[in-house]
Design a protein. Structure first.
Length: 364
């Protein structure tokens, strides 16, 4: 506004002081309209520069350039009027694949690696066969006590199962973590199935043959199944291959069970998923959710009070947002998922607290 006002004053002064000169300039631009367009564009850029600053212009250009460059690598998932971006560079899709096989979300999904922090058990019962899935955190180099716990849970899970499923991303090279897991399979003489996920993002399908060959050189998998958790392609075939691995015995869970996770844990994970998705660039993994209260009223409405813990004051401001807008969005999306999962109305209240270095604290 100030720039426009200043520009108007300057033009008015020129008209009053040198009307003949202004008339010549005006005729010049009428004869050369492209010069008028260049001048107006330059004036607009200067106005934005003065009003917003160079950093804002740089960030705006970076966002625009990023959309152009990533156009064929990212997809937009529109569910219940929500828009999330899932980029090919992020997670392999272990949790997404688990949810696709179960037909219901029991594990949270985001584009961040190591989104899964705990061993989440999913249960799939088809007639006489019951498959129990343990969705573990990804294997990575731990930097905190939380990271140590996540890696420990992977190794403990591998040691206590009848069969393993290694999930790889289509078109990617074998990661060092994959080699470590395959060595673990060999040392324990465990049968394993290789699931190559995200084939819907692979333009050159011939890459799959080379990728499968490299994996088979490292370990003799019982089956290799290319799948897409996003589209559902190959998921049924993957379940059939896993059913061949089932051992005789009684069912561990009721036939209608989906998971062994307590409702409080599932509610907290749903909230954390929304935080990771909505704030995937602004706030890193340093968020945790604690369900302080979960109680059902006589009319069926479930009251849930949750506290979101972050490690810095700056993160707290980002999570809350201007006028509480971001926290409201997190609550809206989380409430919708909870109502779908729990099958009833949810009254959700959220608070944000700072607890520095919580990932290195015992019992958190």
């Amino acid at each position: 506004m100030l720039v426009c006002a200043f520009f108007s004053v300057v033009v008015g002064a020129v008209i009053l002081w040198q009307p003949d000169a202004f008339a010549r300039i005006f005729r010049f631009f009428l004869d050369k309209p492209w010069m008028l367009a260049v001048t107006l564009a330059a004036t607009a850029l200067i106005a934005v520069y003065v009003a917003k600053g160079p950093l804002w212009i740089g960030r705006a250009f970076a966002r625009w350039a990023g959309k152009v460059r990533r156009g064929n690598r990212c997809r937009t998932d529109k569910t219940e009027k929500r828009v999330y971006r899932h980029c090919r560079k992020a997670e392999r899709g272990k949790s997404s694949l688990l949810n696709a096989m179960l037909g219901q979300k029991v594990a949270i999904v985001s584009s961040k690696p190591q989104t899964t922090r705990t061993r989440i058990t999913g249960v799939l019962t088809q007639r006489e066969t019951q498959l129990i899935f343990i969705d573990t955190p990804g294997l990575h180099k731990p930097r905190t006590r939380l990271g140590d716990y996540m890696v420990r849970s992977v190794t403990e899970s591998v040691a206590g199962v009848d069969s393993c499923m290694l999930v790889a991303e289509a078109g990617k090279e074998i990661a060092p973590a994959d080699l470590e897991l395959m060595k673990k399979f060999k040392s324990l003489s465990l049968p394993a199935v290789l699931a190559i996920n995200k084939i819907d993002l692979l333009e050159d399908k011939s890459v799959l043959i080379r990728q499968i060959t490299k994996f088979m050189e490292q370990f003799d998998f019982d089956a290799v199944v290319p799948v897409s958790a996003q589209t559902g392609d190959g998921v049924g075939g993957l379940v059939d291959e896993l059913k061949k691995q089932a051992m005789p015995g009684a069912h561990f869970f009721d036939d209608d069970a989906l998971t062994d996770q307590p409702e409080r844990v599932l509610a907290g994970e749903i909230i954390r998923e929304k935080l990771l998705r909505l704030l995937d660039k602004e706030v890193p993994h340093g968020v945790a959710v604690s369900i302080e209260k979960m109680k059902e009223r006589e009319n069926g409405i479930i009251d849930i009070d949750a506290t979101i813990f972050c490690e810095r004051d700056t993160h707290k401001g980002i999570i809350i947002g201007k006028g509480g807008a971001m926290l409201k969005r997190v609550g809206t999306y989380a409430r919708a998922d909870m109502e779908q999962f729990f099958g009833g109305k949810i009254n959700l209240k959220l608070w944000v607290k700072v607890k520095e270095d919580w990932r290195n604290r015992e019992g958190f």
